[in-house]
Design a protein around this ligand. Sequence first.
Ligand code: C2G
Length: 130
Amino acid sequence: MTRKVITYGTFDTLHYGHILLLKRARALGDHLTVALSSDAFNDLKGKKSHFTYEERHALLSAITYVDEIIPEESWDQKRSDVQTLGIDVFTMGDDWVGKFDFLSDLCEVTYLGRTPRISSTAIKNIHANG
Ligand code: C2G
C-alpha cells in the first residue's frame, strides 16, 4: 500500500533548505506530491518569485525525492487535493506550524523544522547586491 505524502510551496531560487524539506517529506512515505504555487497564486500570497512556474517546475522535476507535481492555485484546494489524491501525510515546514491542522481529520499532518540561515529572499538579496 503506497503511503502518499504532499507538500505545498513556491520553491523559488531552489536551495538546500528546500531540498532538505523535500528529502524529509519523501521519507515520511513512498510517494511525494509537490503542489507548486502558480505565478497567479504567488500574487495572491504577495510573493514575487524570480523564476516562473515553468522554470520552478523544471527544477523540482529534477529532484529524486519528487514523484509528482501539481499546481497550487488557491488556498482552498488542500482538502480536495488530499481526498482526490488519496494522501496519507500532509507536511510543511514549521513556519506553518498549526496552520493546516484542520486537515487532520483526513490525513496525518506534520511540520518539519525549517533549515536555518537560508531563504529565497536572502538569495535574491545577494543576487541584487552582486
Ligand atoms: N523551507 C525550509 N527551509 C528554508 C526555506 C523553506 O524548510 N530555509 C520550506 C518551507 O517551510 C516550505 C517549503 O520549504 O515548507 C517551501 O518554501 P516556500 O517556497 O517559501 O513555501 P511558501 O511560500 O511558504 O508556500 O499553501 C502553502 C504555501 O504555498 C507555502
